[in-house]
Design a protein around this ligand. Structure first.
Ligand code: PEP
Ligand code: MN
Length: 273
């Protein structure tokens, strides 16, 4: 049997994923922003309090970090999850973390409002199945070497195991180009929009690897039909324990969010808040 749950042929309306009072995939463009990694409760509170003034609905910050080198900071783990939950009482935003290990899906789900599957785990099929069983809203990042077809098949794994709350995320692919960390594939966003009914967001931060083109990439993402963006912003970017080179300051993010309002309007959408 070939059900292909993620395809347009399976459903004639676009999927709207509901996370608390936030809808991804509806008329509103959703802003997700925050540090790469959870570093402290104070860092999360400062980030959340600033970012909510910029219209951000969901605070990103991960307790688990997939690092190229085993000697790099690996994330605060379960302690970090607890910090996310405690800080939320202060800033009030919804929260999300990456999860990399099937054994940690349940505990991560108890502490945050949404999970994300990082690019390096897009084809970790056991993880996809486990998150499928959990029903938790989840962002599925495209692997840096995956075709659009492979990306959609990974979404299919999550959906086939019972979880319809999948949000696709384009975060850049590996090409010959070296002026950016990866190459943001906005064409893939347009193609995926034609093929699936799932919401699609764009991560310009990991694609760019530099802060100075994030505004332009966010604008282009919204113009091409993305349902939101997920951006790295840190109270003190230079001090970020992870991905410092691409992090925006909270003030820089605020400025970008303002510039996105008219872009959203020009394509018949609006920014949430
Ligand atoms: C991240 O969002 O911090 C991250 C590690 O992203 P990706 O999996 O896209 O590299
Ligand atoms: Mn990062």
């Amino acid at each position: 049997m070939n059900k292909q749950l993620a395809r347009k042929s399976a459903k004639d309306t676009n999927t709207i994923v509901q996370i608390g009072d936030v809808q991804i995939g509806g008329r509103e463009i959703v802003l997700i922003a925050g540090p790469c990694a959870i570093e402290s409760e104070e860092q999360l509170i400062t980030s959340g309090n600033h970012l909510k003034q910029s219209g951000v609905s969901i605070l990103r910050a991960s307790a688990f970090k997939p690092r190229t080198s085993p000697y790099s900071f690996q994330g605060l783990g379960i302690e970090g999850l607890k910090m996310h939950q405690k800080a939320q009482k202060e800033h009030g935003l919804l929260t999300t973390t990456e999860v990399m290990d099937v054994r940690l899906v349940d505990i991560a789900s108890e502490h945050v409002d949404m999970l994300w599957i990082g690019a390096r785990n897009m084809q970790n099929f056991d993880l996809l199945k486990e998150i499928g069983k959990s029903k938790k809203p989840v962002i599925l990042k495209r692997a840096s070497s995956a075709t659009v077809e492979e990306w959609i098949q990974s979404a299919e794994y999550i959906m086939a195991h019972g979880n319809p709350n999948v949000i696709l995320c384009e975060r850049g692919i590996r090409t010959f180009e070296t002026s950016t960390r990866y190459t943001l594939d906005l064409g893939a966003v347009a193609v995926a929009k034609l093929l699936t009914h799932l919401p699609i967001i764009v991560d310009p931060s990991h694609a760019a690897g530099r802060p100075d083109i994030i505004a332009a990439l966010c604008k282009a993402a919204i113009a091409i039909g993305a349902d939101g963006v997920i951006v790295e912003a840190h109270p003190n970017p230079k001090e970020s324990v992870c991905d410092a080179a691409q992090a925006l300051s909270l003030e820089e993010f605020h400025q970008i969010a303002e510039e996105l309002r008219p872009i959203a309007q020009s394509v018949g959408r609006r920014l949430k808040c």
